[in-house]
Design a protein around this ligand. Structure first.
Ligand SMILES: Nc1ncnc2c1ncn2[C@@H]1O[C@H](COP(=O)(O)OP(=O)(O)OP(=O)(O)O)[C@@H](O)[C@H]1O
Length: 376
């Protein structure tokens, strides 16, 4: 999959922009605060309808303006598809092939992106919430069904938490309704966990050879799903459902006392085991970075396997965070395979040597100037 063209109106510091991209490597070059990351953000928003930097869509609209537009022309295997997202004070609307999409969930998945930013290097070591966001964001792009189940789960979880608060404050005493909510929650929870397990197994298989190749010593990586259930219960949806129901029964009094759901995929996590040890605890910073890089690169192949097309890769100022060797692995892994967008204040020597015919855009205060020497 490729992004052929991008058009922006009143998006962040871009009043108007129309750009045509290379199907290979595109570089957004420029000093700080010129709008490089804003461009990657626009591509990310075009794919997922939300930003990776803010939960507030209003922040995306240029200051002093009332609405914004992000539009693009994408090339899929057999067709070119125009996508458009409009933002105004009331909300956002999406169009595929000029047709309005009443449900954003039907829009997501048209354009698949993998974003790699410096904060992703903390995937291994950072808080569990980072890994949960990672799981849900990436797997939702791979499967509309995953997105649907995750959204349903979140909605019921919110409802159940509200009801537990009512029971806690004795505004309500009906335990039968809590049981109904628990059953619904467990139904979606078990499906969600089953899907996560299947995709993590595949991610694991793709990440292992990459980790081994990046490290000269051939480190062995194992990605584990961490849950309150026992490993032998993490088999299939039916077994998970039964195990969750049994635990929820035991937890009921405590949940009412605390007014919160204490079990489920919203509390699960990932562990990265390298050579038999948890790399978040025992690994060096270098090993943690290598693992994060291996997982990101594995995602590219997993997305291809699941959707039939390679995603677009967005590298937000990440090259400068990696040493020569890791940069080399990243650049070699992506080239000729995925269309890539890189932001950087300056291209490193490694990048200059390894990137084949990049199309370079100089970014200056919300304007793009194509480098004459780069590929047209
Ligand atoms: N809603 C908005 N309307 C207008 N300008 C905005 C808006 N949001 C952010 N900006 C401006 O965008 C600029 C930042 O752009 P961006 O984050 O893309 O920088 P960058 O080129 O990636 O820089 P760095 O290398 O420091 O990350 C800032 O000047 C900021 O004031």
């Amino acid at each position: 999959m490729k992004l052929l063209q991008l058009e922006l109106d009143n998006f962040r510091n871009y009043q108007h922009l129309a750009a045509t991209f290379s199907p290979g490597v595109n570089v957004f070059l420029g000093p700080n605060a010129q709008g490089k990351t804003n461009l990657l953000e626009a591509i990310y928003v075009l794919a997922l309808t939300t930003s990776h930097r803010t939960h507030s869509d209003k922040e995306l609209i240029s200051w002093g303006e009332k609405d914004a537009l992000v539009a693009g022309l994408i090339q899929r295997k057999t067709s070119k598809i125009p996508l458009a997202l409009g933002f105004d004070t009331k909300g956002k609307h999406a169009r595929v092939n000029h047709l309005n999409q009443p449900k954003l969930a039907d829009y997501i998945g048209q354009l698949n992106v993998i974003l790699f930013a410096p904060e992703d290097l903390s995937l291994v070591k950072g808080a569990p919430a980072i890994r949960r966001t990672f799981i849900d964001r990436e797997f939702s792009q791979m499967s509309p069904k995953y997105l649907y189940i995750a959204n349903q789960y979140r909605a019921i979880l919110r409802q159940r938490n509200q009801y537990l608060k009512q029971l806690q404050s004795k505004k309500n005493t009906d335990l039968l309704f809590l049981e109904v909510l628990t059953e619904r929650l467990v139904m979606f929870a078990s499906e969600l966990i089953e899907r996560r397990l299947r995709l993590i197994q595949k991610l694991n298989a793709a990440a292992q050879p990459i980790q081994s190749a990046i490290t000269q010593t051939g480190e062995a990586l194992e990605i584990e799903y961490v849950s309150q259930l026992n490993p032998e219960e993490l088999v299939d949806a039916a077994t998970i459902q039964q195990a969750l129901l049994t635990r929820f029964e035991k937890l009921q009094a405590r949940e009412i006392q605390e007014g919160v759901t204490k079990l489920g995929p919203h509390r699960d996590d990932l562990a990265f085991i390298v050579n038999g040890r948890n790399v978040a605890v025992f690994g060096s910073q270098g090993q943690q970075r290598t693992t994060a890089l291996a997982v990101k690169l594995a995602e590219i192949d997993l997305m291809k396997e699941e959707t039939g097309e390679y995603p677009i890769l967005l590298l937000d100022d990440v090259l400068s965070e990696l040493d020569r060797e890791r940069q080399t692995h990243l650049l070699k892994a992506m080239q000729g395979k995925v269309q890539t967008f890189i932001t950087t204040p300056s291209l490193s020597d490694v990048a200059r040597q390894l990137i084949d015919q990049p199309k370079v855009f100089n970014v200056r205060a919300g304007n793009l100037v194509t480098d004459e020497h780069s590929k047209e």
